[in-house]
Write a protein that binds this ligand. Structure first.
Ligand SMILES: Cc1cc2nc3c(=O)[nH]c(=O)nc-3n(C[C@H](O)[C@H](O)[C@H](O)COP(=O)(O)OP(=O)(O)OC[C@H]3O[C@@H](n4cnc5c(N)ncnc54)[C@H](O)[C@@H]3O)c2cc1C
Ligand code: FES
Length: 509
């Protein structure tokens, strides 16, 4: 992340990793781009099957969205079970439920096998109505749909939270963990015996073939297969991105006055919803984690207000003492509710794993399972369901049209957006479009008064990036690319940095 103001509990409570960068050409069986939960799970499973792997991460492993998650390991997908059944049919939806159950079991298996201490805990999850908006009929149908898919779900009169709620669905055998404490020991194990982890190594070009090649600045990785688990499928310029609207979501970690923790994973049914859990603080206490306030990336001007609203919500509902952590991250929502996992379109040996919505712990793990099976055995029982090239008109058309209408709206409409006339209008800590010598420039003034200028045209498809005040980044409203104040890519699909613009202006004090 580009900004020191936000910090997740996971990043703050684990050491920074220091794997070396790639500095020569190498050959492995499988090159994996991205060292989040998806890439690292694939790497472990492939190595266990006898393959050599190289994981390339442009920053540090487990420091992308996986380092900024809230790590509920849950059956409660962002798509409702009733919708899943109507979109995919009961048989396929049952297969989806089964795959999620197996991915949780896979996490447990790796924790046991590698004796990982990561605060893993089994607990129930609750999907609850707020007291003022109880919709019993919805809960009844949703619980019945879940049960028809083999998920243990029963209606209870309220959720066990320290404030009154309406009725809820209780899901048994869900889980939570510390995602970095889970992944860092696995990464250490991956990096030996002919397999590697390379950090600060950005994959810049992908060539499908026999063999495939992944180009980085200081070396080429030659491999039989390539997995792109870079969160955003950076090897796929257009097709997948039309199916992957990007959202921002926010979380805070709060100390409570009482030491009591919430016992479970909680989701309300408002839109956008709140998600709640607690995490041991390592000193016999608990940190309450509350998330929510989702919005489409690049569409909210003052993103600090999202944190303020979340804090207000937490103060209203819990005996909050103080905020200890706050962080935000990106969610890629698949159009039909299930992740895209499988061969990249028109590729023989390049695979993608993306579109995990708010359940990337399970979908990320599942990606590792499906892709390692496809590479090692040529098959997996869930592969067809998650096929990354799928487009089910019945399940996706409505969303596809409404989401992709926003591309021309932003591409054309934003060019007429408000632009400051002079650099003086950009105050310390602010980012704005400014007209400089007749051209629009994305300008940020840091807290020392220095100006940072970039061309505002996103290097993916040219929409104009907008300022994100909470993360101090330039975010693209079209497909969610993000750039730091100097234009360096934070999130794809963009691979290339924004062009820098030198600004001459005395610093403001
Ligand atoms: C606030 C928040 C709360 C969430 N809560 C939950 C939850 O409770 N439960 C749940 O299941 N999911 C949750 N999610 C979603 C989940 O965190 C993500 O879906 C998941 O972490 C994504 O994992 P990943 O491996 O796909 O991506 P990442 O963890 O982002 O890993 C991708 C990696 O690829 C690297 N990379 C990118 N481009 C390149 C390139 N060109 N070359 C080399 N490397 C590259 C990045 O540096 C990054 O490290 C939440 C997300 C957020 C933001
Ligand atoms: S992310 Fe596609 S145009 Fe910016």
């Amino acid at each position: 992340m580009s900004d020191a103001m936000t910090q997740s509990i996971w990043m703050a409570t684990t050491p920074t990793t220091h794997f070396k960068a790639l500095d020569k050409n190498i050959h492995v069986d499988v090159a994996i781009v991205g060292g989040g939960i998806a890439g690292l799970t694939a790497a472990v499973l492939l190595k266990k099957s006898g393959k050599t792997v190289a994981v390339l991460d442009k920053n540090h492993i487990a420091g992308g969205e996986t380092g900024f998650t809230t790590a509920h390991i849950t059956d409660v997908l962002d798509v409702r079970f009733q919708d899943l059944i109507s979109k995919f049919g009961e048989n396929q939806a049952r297969l989806a439920a089964e795959s999620i159950r197996f991915s949780r079991a896979q996490i447990e298996e790796l924790i046991t096998e590698f004796a990982i201490e990561c605060d893993y805990q089994q607990l129930p999850a609750f999907l609850y109505c707020n007291i003022e908006h109880e919709d019993f009929e919805f809960l009844r149908k949703e619980a019945a749909a879940a049960r028809s898919l083999g998920i243990s779900a029963e209606i209870v009169s309220e959720a066990p939270l320290p404030f009154r709620t309406g009725a809820a669905i209780r899901f048994e055998n869900q889980a939570q963990f510390h995602p970095r404490r889970y992944l860092l020991p696995l990464a250490k194990w991956i990096n030996s015996n002919g397999s590697h982890i390379f950090e600060e190594t950005s994959a810049e070009e992908f060539h499908d073939g026999t063999p495939c090649r992944v180009h980085t600045k200081n070396g080429i990785v030659t491999a039989h297969d390539v997995i792109v688990a870079a969160y955003s499928p950076v090897c796929n310029w257009a097709f997948l991105h039309t199916k992957l609207p990007a959202y921002r979501t926010y979380a805070i970690g709060a100390k409570l006055k009482s030491r009591a923790a919430v016992e479970g994973l909680f989701y309300d049914t408002v839109d956008p919803y709140h998600y709640i859990r607690s995490q041991p603080d390592g000193r016999n206490g608990q940190i309450l984690i509350v998330g929510g306030e989702d919005h489409k990336t690049g569409t909210v001007e003052n993103t600090d207000e999202c944190f303020e609203r979340l804090e207000e919500y937490t103060r209203e509902h819990f005996d909050m003492e103080s905020i200890v952590y706050r962080w935000s991250g990106q969610i890629l929502e698949p159009l039909d509710g299930l992740a895209y996992i499988g061969k990249n379109s028109m590729s023989e040996h390049i695979y993608v794993a993306t579109g995990f919505s708010g359940t990337g712990m399970t979908f990320g793990t599942l990606s590792g399972m499906i892709l390692s099976d496809l590479i090692v055995r040529g098959q997996n029982r869930w592969a067809e369901l998650y096929d990354a090239t799928r487009f089910h008109p019945l399940a996706s058309a409505g969303h596809f049209i409404s989401e992709n209408m926003s591309f021309p709206t932003h591409f054309v409409g934003d060019r007429f957006g408000k632009t400051a006339e002079s650099l003086e209008e950009v105050h310390m800590g602010e980012g704005k479009w400014v007209k400089v010598e007749g051209k629009k420039v994305a300008v940020y003034r840091d807290m020392d008064g220095n100006l940072h200028g970039c061309e505002p045209e996103c290097t993916h498809m040219g929409c104009l990036v907008k300022w994100n005040s909470a993360e101090k980044s330039w975010d693209c409203p079209c497909h969610g690319s993000r750039f730091d104040p100097d234009g360096k890519v934070v999130n794809g699909p963009a691979i290339t940095d924004l062009k820098k613009v030198e600004l001459r202006q005395p610093a403001q004090h």
